[in-house]
Design a protein around this ligand. Structure first.
Ligand code: SF4
Ligand code: SF4
Length: 360
């Protein structure tokens, strides 16, 4: 199926380098070293093509995007084309001066990840000494410079009991938005799932806390809630649907319909340093493969919810069933749903083992 219209957003993973080592990192297990990263000039050309294509927002991510010394230049290139820029950062070793320079280059928004609502949990997950204190400072600088702030809290077994504390922390940091994002189990998180998956009763308690806070803090703090697939009845529309309105570019320029698409065997991915972005968006056989509804089989094919969730996540379907065209097993209507639920129940009952930390 051809593209439905211009894409809205791009997640640009500028580097896989990161000072943290989170065991649920969404980067692939095979991380790309610095010598595979695109040059400033190539990223700038890609961003100009993105603007020509009609892209409205670029989320500058990683790894840790501030490790790119040319980040200001890239932000300025996008800003000059009126593309909204969001910096997704772990917020360590980031001075107020650097944030100021980024703001002056045109940065529109900062999304700060915080691994735990306390220093102890943040350092257990990120393995970065004094990381929590540095993140608090980064948040303070961001707000002092007048930039809007989103706090991103990835949730798992080691911090699910801190959800109420994350809400208090986001208020204390004067954040505009808090993302309570239950970890998605691909890549590093899949490798560490028995140490990360929370118990069902903790997930249920978390839902109550988030719903109560959303009602109580309406107009004060926006709380986005990414629910855990393993305990869900219906899947989420991953990336708004495969190649529907956004895509990912990884540090070497490979273009993906979603973070984890490279885990699906048999797909070929174009590279934005070699193929024009417009051609990839309009005609990539990989983008077309699961776009729209024609690829679907039952129960998705005739399901009234298909416009809502677009059959869920192709990567999860592949990981659990071996066929990316199957219904996401997070769906209660999938014949594989119990398999996914059982993995969660069994893994969450195991004592957490040592993490395989993300290392480059
Ligand atoms: S999840 Fe952790 S390790 Fe991965 S990029 Fe973010 S801060 Fe770095
Ligand atoms: S059957 Fe498919 S379209 Fe229907 S709810 Fe499940 S995943 Fe969504």
């Amino acid at each position: 199926m051809p593209a439905p219209g211009p894409p809205i957003g791009i997640l640009a993973e500028l580097t896989h380098r990161c000072p943290l080592q989170c065991p649920y990192c969404s980067n692939p297990v095979d991380l790309l070293k610095a010598n595979r990263e695109l040059s400033t000039q190539t990223w700038t050309e890609i961003f100009h093509q993105a603007a020509d294509l009609g892209v409205l927002q670029v989320h500058m991510s990683g790894g840790e995007p501030t490790l790119r010394q040319d980040l200001e230049e890239l932000v300025a290139a996008l800003s000059a084309r009126s593309v909204y820029t969001n910096l997704i950062t772990a917020g360590v070793n980031l001075s107020k001066d650097r944030i100021k320079v980024l703001k002056e280059a045109g940065l529109d928004h900062v999304q700060l990840s915080i691994q735990g609502a306390t220093a102890e949990v943040t350092e257990l997950i990120g393995k970065h000494k004094k990381g929590f204190a540095q993140k608090m400072q980064t948040a303070e600088h961001v707000r002092a410079l007048g930039l809007p702030l989103t706090v991103n809290a990835p949730i798992h077994r080691h911090n699910i009991h801190q959800v109420a504390d994350f809400i208090d922390l986001a208020l204390q940091l004067d954040a505009d938005r808090l993302e309570i994002a239950n970890v998605q189990y691909y890549g590093w998180a899949y490798l560490n799932r028995s140490s990360l998956l929370p118990a069902l009763e903790d997930v249920e308690r978390q839902v109550e806390i988030v719903e109560d806070a959303r009602a109580r803090l309406k107009g004060v703090l926006n709380i986005d809630f990414v629910t855990p697939d393993y305990y869900a009845d219906y899947p989420k529309p991953c990336m708004g649907g495969w190649a529907q309105d956004a895509f990912v570019i990884v540090p070497d320029g490979t273009v993906l319909p979603c973070h984890a698409a490279q885990t699906i065997k048999g797909l070929n991915f174009e590279n934005a340093a070699e193929t024009p972005l417009a051609e990839i968006w309009d005609a990539s056989p990989t983008f077309e493969k699961y776009r729209g509804f024609e690829w679907m089989s039952e129960p998705c094919k005739s399901c009234p919810r298909r416009e809502l969730d677009r059959g869920g996540c192709r990567c999860q379907a592949f990981a659990v069933t071996g066929d990316a065209a199957q219904t996401d097993p997070a769906c209660i209507l999938s014949p594989h749903h119990d398999k996914l639920r059982n993995v969660a129940v069994e893994a969450s009952a195991e004592s957490p083992g040592a993490f395989s930390y993300r290392r480059l």
